[in-house]
Design a protein around this ligand. Structure first.
Ligand SMILES: CSCCC(=O)/C(O)=C/O
Ligand SMILES: [Fe+2]
Length: 181
């Protein structure tokens, strides 16, 4: 996984948009982002390692999300738009990339700039509840991603806005940033 500040220049969102400023592990830790690399081998041994993390962190449910034109059919364009719209969730966003790749962009709170996390096969991340983020494909146009959940699989996105600013999970996340500052 590579982490860097985005350049915010116009152009295809699937391009790297790399400003050349890398983001340190310390910054990612402060943002509350957990990350691992577990090589995605054909024998499926990766799943055993993912299961260890899932058990430790009580992730009881899972599904696979295939983000491709073929996988999503008529819903493809609408889903891509939805995923790339800045939002937060009331649960952690736990993702393991089985195949392909993509960008998880997260907001760095002190500057409100986008930090781009470029994930490829074998990368696993946990985004904390309440963090503003978005997801987009890279130029490979494909991601097969394992999604883990503490409870039943669900996907509820709260788009950034006045109302979401007072969401209790957002407030709790903002408070956690103050404590770690
Ligand atoms: C690659 S998983 C689909 C995108 C998603 O679940 C999400 O919440 C993006 O922020
Ligand atoms: Fe999300």
């Amino acid at each position: 996984m590579r982490a860097y500040f985005m350049d915010d220049l116009p152009g295809d969102q699937r391009l790297p948009h790399d400003s050349g400023n890398a983001v340190s592990d310390e910054t990612l830790d402060k943002l509350g982002i957990l990350r691992w690399h577990i090589p995605s081998d054909a024998e499926g041994q990766w799943e055993e390692q993912v299961n260890v993390i899932a058990n430790e962190r009580s992730y009881r449910n899972r599904d696979i999300c295939l983000v491709t034109k073929e996988g999503m059919g008529d819903a493809y364009e609408a889903n891509l738009k939805k995923f790339y719209h800045e939002h937060m969730h009331e649960d952690e966003e736990i993702r393991y990339i089985i195949e392909g790749g993509g960008y998880f962009d997260v907001r760095e709170h002190t500057t409100d700039s986008w930090v781009r996390l470029h994930l490829s096969a074998g990368d696993m991340i946990v985004l904390p509840a309440g963090i503003y983020h978005r997801f987009g494909l890279d130029m490979g146009n494909k991601s097969r991603t394992l999604r883990l959940f503490k409870d039943e699989p669900k996907w509820i996105a709260y788009n950034r806005g006045v109302e979401t600013e007072s969401n209790p999970y957002r407030l709790e996340y903002v408070k956690s940033l103050e404590v770690s500052a």
